[in-house]
Design a protein around this ligand. Structure first.
Ligand SMILES: [Zn+2]
Length: 287
């Protein structure tokens, strides 16, 4: 019996040990599971945080994009309603009235009545110019002096009577030079425009001479004044109106002293193209 008692004791111990081992194993598994779950949860939480952060960024990006879109829509609307676009701005720069052509074949409109402005006395004696270019003329003369020239205005705006007197005077001189009274007006007209056909009557033409060379002949082109003016006049909206070798086109002799205002835009184009006003107008008509 004692043997049997001992055997039972051994059996119980074995069962106990077994239970302990099983419990231990279960505990181990549970710990593992808990750890894994924890890790999973942590990973989850990190993922969630990341996702939340990402969605916040996405929302911000989206908001920013909307704002940009709204702004560009507003800008586009503004451009459509109030602000002129580039083409309109370019068209606004067009001032074809500044290109008015007055030459032997195109008389001044009879009702032409320019708005005039006195030109500074320090630049000449009592001269008037169209008020669209009087200030620019003064600036050009002042800058020419700065640039080493000695410009002096010897003619600007002329009334019909001024032009008539000048023309009659020229006819007389031509006759005194030995020409017949019959042919004298035609000869005179190549140097002094017939009344009604002079650009000076526009108020947009000016004769500028060098103070140290006060003669209206081709020698003017050699002076520091004309060198500077021919080079820079376009910057102020003026062109040398009767360049050398263009008498057939302009009807007027070479006059390296007569400048005509056409505005900066056209003056630059005409200068770049190297053409006369007559040719430029022809080109514009062909465009
Ligand atoms: Zn002139």
């Amino acid at each position: 019996m004692a043997k049997s008692k001992t055997k039972r004791k051994t059996n119980r111990a074995a069962v106990f040990l077994g239970v302990v081992v099983v419990l231990g194993l279960m505990l181990g598994v549970m710990i593992q599971l808990t750890l894994a779950a924890n890790e999973q949860r942590q990973r989850w939480q990190a993922g969630e945080r990341l996702a939340r952060a990402m969605s916040a960024t996405a929302v911000q990006t989206l908001e920013a994009r909307h704002k940009l879109e709204e702004e560009s829509v507003r800008a586009a609307k503004l451009a459509l309603t109030g602000q002129p676009d580039a083409r309109t701005a370019l068209r606004a720069q067009e001032q074809p009235e500044l290109l008015i052509l007055v030459n032997p074949w195109n008389a001044l409109p009879e009702d032409y009545d320019p708005q005039l402005q006195q030109v500074g006395r320090e630049f000449g004696t009592d001269y008037m110019m169209d008020l669209r270019c009087a200030d620019k003329l003064e600036q050009m003369i002042a800058d020419c002096r700065e640039g080493g020239g000695h410009p002096w205005i010897c003619s600007a705006y002329r009334t019909q009577k001024n032009q008539q007197d000048l023309f009659d005077n020229k006819v007389l001189r031509v006759i005194l030079e030995g020409n017949s009274a019959e042919e004298a007006p035609d000869i005179a007209a190549t140097a002094v425009a017939r009344p009604g056909t002079s650009e000076h009557q526009l108020g947009m033409a000016v004769d500028i001479i060098d103070e140290y060379y006060a003669i209206l002949d081709e020698g003017q082109e050699e002076t520091a004044t004309q060198n500077w003016l021919m080079e820079n006049c376009w910057r102020y909206g003026f062109i040398l109106r009767y360049p050398n070798g263009t008498t057939d086109i302009t009807g007027i002799i070479y006059e390296p002293w007569h400048y005509r205002y056409v505005g900066e835009r056209y003056a630059k184009e005409i200068t770049d193209l190297g053409v006369t006003l007559e040719e430029y107008l022809q080109m514009r008509r062909g465009r």
